[in-house]
Design a protein. Structure first.
Length: 476
């Protein structure tokens, strides 16, 4: 078993072209492994395997599919430390953060093992014709799953689990920066009883050509993508050619609003979690922190004290609180956004530089007095940089929070529940964290509005992305 090859039809195989690419540890810039790079003929083999497997899987009872997914949860839970180590190796995230991701990833198998038996339909009596209206949910077809590098385990299981629960087969294209975690999941699925061909993994260094080729095949009926809005728009254009069902979880520009009556300890810790979870390399990361002017100085003092305690280091070292960014390009972007803000008048309260030495590290950074024309107000930072502005008026801060093309998540901190809920309802975002800095949960419908995406993952909605509604008009 070579876990660095392609995984097609339950077998570990070289790519047809025999080409491979290196995976690098961002903590030290050393090569971890050489991984097979899929080409178009490999995609065709995966499509054939998925078609055969789905014909049998969709006919299994919901209870059978449920029990397979439950076993996958149990088996992955037994291997949390193993998956966490892999995540830290190829992604760079700190060990504790990696353990959190691995545990979160496993939970999707448990949640959707329970949802697999709840794809309920309805029977009603047509008022005019007298016919019976039978409505049922059926597997949509083979799904193409495109996952990002920032959550190499969780973004995969969040798509695989509902697809299998719905009765679908899948082809997964993991990010080239982090393919090892997804490949390591395949023995777990095998042991859980997932049939050969039902899940196929195709790492590649030519994602555009491979994805286009797969999406052009009429057997693909769902494309589920997590990543940037620019790539998502291109996938949507391509999906139109086959009228595919798109599930798109795209970029964000999350505002975090702290009102003057907020519990400051809760707000500081919530802002820390919303900013620094996964080193800020998350679409849910707080990108703009708005503080009421009456509490701004005290908040900044406490927040800087909290951030200054963080220890940079190799992601696999359990003494590290903060690992590296995923690659040099990401670090360069973060540094450019900080330099731009400072040049326009922002004050560096903490950090603001890349340490000397190997690895793509950037120090935890806090910038206050950030002007509206700074690029970081409009661009997703995707790094450990907290951007702080102040406000005085509630309506004003709501307007500023909504002044973005994105609408994934927002955060609100206030003890006044009437006001807080009113603000939440006015925010143009698919999710809101109220007095907490973490919104992700397998039981909740994760997703955004505007240019942050289409559809939902998790909750009851997640499985529906891989199902089609069929209506039967019956007389008896």
């Amino acid at each position: 078993m070579n876990l660095t090859n392609l995984y097609i039809d339950g077998k570990w195989v070289e790519s047809a072209s025999r080409t491979r690419f290196d995976v690098v540890n961002p903590s030290n810039e050393r090569v971890i492994a050489s991984v097979a790079s899929a080409d178009l003929s490999d995609a065709d083999r995966a499509l054939d395997a998925a078609e055969r497997a789905m014909a049998l899987w969709r006919s299994e009872t919901p209870r059978y599919r449920s029990e397979v997914l439950r076993r996958a949860f149990n088996l992955m839970s037994e291997r949390i430390e193993h998956f966490a180590h892999l995540i830290s190796l190829e992604n760079g995230k700190a060990s504790a953060d990696a353990v959190g991701e691995a545990s979160y990833a496993a939970e999707f198998f448990r949640w959707f093992s329970e949802e697999a038996v709840r794809a309920e339909g309805t029977i009603s009596h047509a008022p005019s014709s007298g016919a019976r209206i039978l409505v049922q949910q059926k597997p949509a077809g083979i799904g193409l799953l495109i996952t990002p590098w920032n959550y190499p385990a969780a973004m995969g299981t969040r798509k695989i689990a509902p697809a299998l629960a719905a009765g679908c087969a899948v082809i997964i294209k993991p990010a080239a920066e982090t393919p090892l975690t997804m490949l390591a999941l395949m023995p777990v699925l095998e042991e859980a009883g997932v049939p050969n061909g039902l899940v196929n993994v195709l790492p590649t260094t030519h994602p555009g050509a491979l994805v286009d080729h797969i999406m052009d095949d009429p057997r693909i009926r769902v494309v589920s993508f997590t990543g940037s809005t620019s790539v998502g728009k291109e996938l949507l254009r391509n999906a139109a050619g086959q009228v595919l069902n798109p599930a798109m979880e795209l970029g964000g520009n999350a505002p975090l609003i702290v009102f003057e009556d907020a519990d400051l300890d809760i707000a500081v810790e919530g802002a820390f979690q919303a900013k620094m979870r996964n080193l800020g390399e998350a679409c849910t990361a707080a990108n703009r922190i708005y503080l009421h002017e009456n509490i701004a100085a005290e908040f900044i003092s406490e927040f800087v004290a909290r951030m200054s305690k963080l220890k940079l280091g190799d992601g696999t070292d359990q003494r590290s609180d903060v690992g590296p960014l995923v690659n040099e390009a990401t670090r360069t972007k973060v540094a450019r956004l900080v330099e731009d803000a400072v040049a326009k008048g922002a004050i560096v309260e903490l950090g603001g530089y890349a340490p000397v030495g190997p690895g793509y590290f950037y120090t935890p950074t806090v910038l206050s007095n950030v002007p509206d024309d700074a690029d970081c107000i409009h661009d997703e930072i995707f790094g450990p940089v907290a951007i702080i502005q102040s406000f005085t008026d509630q309506d004003q801060v709501i307007c500023r929070a909504n002044d973005t093309e994105y609408g994934l998540v927002a955060y609100v901190f206030s003890k006044n529940m009437k006001r807080a809920l009113n603000v939440c309802e006015q925010l143009e975002f698919g999710m809101v964290g109220l007095n907490r800095g973490i919104v992700s949960d397998p039981a909740a419908p994760f997703g955004g509005v505007k240019q942050s995406g289409l559809g939902r993952e998790g909750g009851k909605d997640g499985m529906l992305e891989f199902m089609e509604t069929q209506y039967i008009s019956a007389a008896w």
